[in-house]
Write a protein that binds this ligand. Structure first.
Ligand SMILES: *[C@@H]1O[C@H](CO)[C@@H](O)[C@H](O)[C@H]1NC(C)=O
Ligand SMILES: *[C@@H]1O[C@H](CO)[C@@H](O)[C@H](O)[C@H]1NC(C)=O
Length: 371
């Protein structure tokens, strides 16, 4: 359960009550048949009306550049852009905006939806919530005391090749230009935390060290829990990395379990990019002005979590899901955290030294289809 209880109840009320209760004023989404609606926004009608209601309250306080445009129309433009990476002609026609005008609308709406992350993206803070998240992860992979999967999420952007230094700063380890955010998810693919929007060449360890979540966890504010991190992270008291050169079966089994839970992130990002195709290519970026990209990324994370609560299926797979980036590692040798190494060894000894039935269950995890 990633959501605070009141939020979840509100979602549930919406799910149960939809259709019977007063749905508010007629919305410009009403004119679309269900199928067309899904094609255009990659979200179902109940989910869209929940989003519009949640956003409407917050949009009241936003100064609009184009007065007269209804909240629904603005949302329609933005949701259509998230789903396809462009604004489609029928939507522009319907709301009466030019291509240029719609960029500022998308910017405004993204800021508002990104601002909803305090409500819809929540790291487990109370004991019961932590226990729930850790329990599910342990059930999936056999590693106890884990609060989530940590990874850098790269999103393609365009950068001007004429500004050589800037361009280079955006090039990531896979060789394309991107911005990168730090994401933590649970074992069901709900986003628990999203922070930062850096140039693609940024080391994920640096992001972790300077992130709020990273600092809180390393200062023990979240209790004796780990997050699962890939090879690009340093093993620490709270970041559990795989064994780089496993020497026996226990370590191999641990690495397999680690890979299994780590893979959830790949599936999650894949499903997000399928639903919100704008994330496949976020457009031009300049170093130092990444706020807009950051808002779009956060907005898509908020909408992803809401869509999951409504069990909205993502659109079908088109092409292959991108692999997670191989971790970017500092070439300088890092000092090994002996305390953390000992803790990992203990965990491997306690939970992976014997083949247990729980370590290789029939895959109960999420698959690409039901994300
Ligand atoms: C891991 O080890 C601890 C301590 O021995 C035990 O309580 C827990 O049940 C084990 N979990 C799994 C999944 O093996
Ligand atoms: C596996 O190797 C590690 C590292 O060399 C060692 O600490 C651990 O005791 C070994 N475990 C077993 C079961 O041999």
């Amino acid at each position: 359960m990633a959501f605070a209880l009141p939020v979840w109840l509100a979602v549930q009320e919406e799910l149960l009550g939809h259709g019977e209760v007063d749905c508010g004023p007629p919305s410009c989404f009403d004119e679309f048949e269900d199928e067309a609606l899904f094609q255009m926004f990659h979200l179902t009608r109940p989910c869209i009306s929940f989003i519009t209601d949640a956003a409407r309250i917050r949009m009241k306080n936003v100064a609009l550049k184009k007065p007269g445009l209804s909240v629904d129309s603005m949302l329609m433009v933005a949701l259509n852009y998230y789903a396809h990476g462009v604004s489609s002609a029928p939507v522009l026609q319907k709301v009466g905006l030019s291509q240029t005008e719609c960029y500022s609308v998308i910017g405004t709406v993204s800021g508002v939806i990104a601002g909803m992350s305090d409500q819809f993206i929540s790291f487990p803070l109370i004991q019961q919530a932590r226990a729930n998240v850790a329990f599910k992860i342990e059930k999936l992979c056999g590693i106890p005391n884990v609060l989530g999967v940590l990874a850098p999420a790269h999103f393609k952007i365009r950068a001007s090749p004429y500004e050589k230094d800037t361009f280079r700063s955006f090039v990531n380890t896979l060789g394309y230009t991107s911005v990168v955010s730090q994401i933590i998810s649970d074992s069901d693919g709900n986003i628990l935390s999203v922070e930062k929007c850096c140039v693609g060449s940024t080391f994920e360890q640096e992001m972790w060290d300077s992130s709020f979540k990273g600092r809180e966890m390393e200062e023990d504010l979240h209790g004796p829990f780990w997050v699962i991190g890939g090879k690009g992270y340093h093993l620490s008291k709270h970041v559990l990395t795989p064994v780089s050169e496993p020497t026996n079966d226990s370590e191999v089994r641990f690495n397999e379990a680690h890979a299994k839970i780590h893979n959830v992130m790949r599936t999650t990002l894949g499903s997000m990019k399928r639903r919100f195709r704008c994330l496949m290519q976020l457009g031009f970026a300049q170093e130092g002005s990444l706020d807009k990209k950051s808002n779009i990324i956060k907005a898509c994370c908020v909408l992803h979590n809401i869509a999951k609560k409504f069990s909205d299926p993502p659109p079908p797979v088109a092409g292959k899901i991108e692999p997670l980036l191989p971790g970017k590692q500092h070439s300088v040798a890092v000092e090994i955290n002996t305390e953390a190494l000992k803790a990992r060894q203990e965990l491997i000894f306690k939970n992976f030294s014997a083949v247990s039935s729980s370590q290789d269950p029939p895959s109960t995890g999420i698959t690409e289809e039901d994300m």
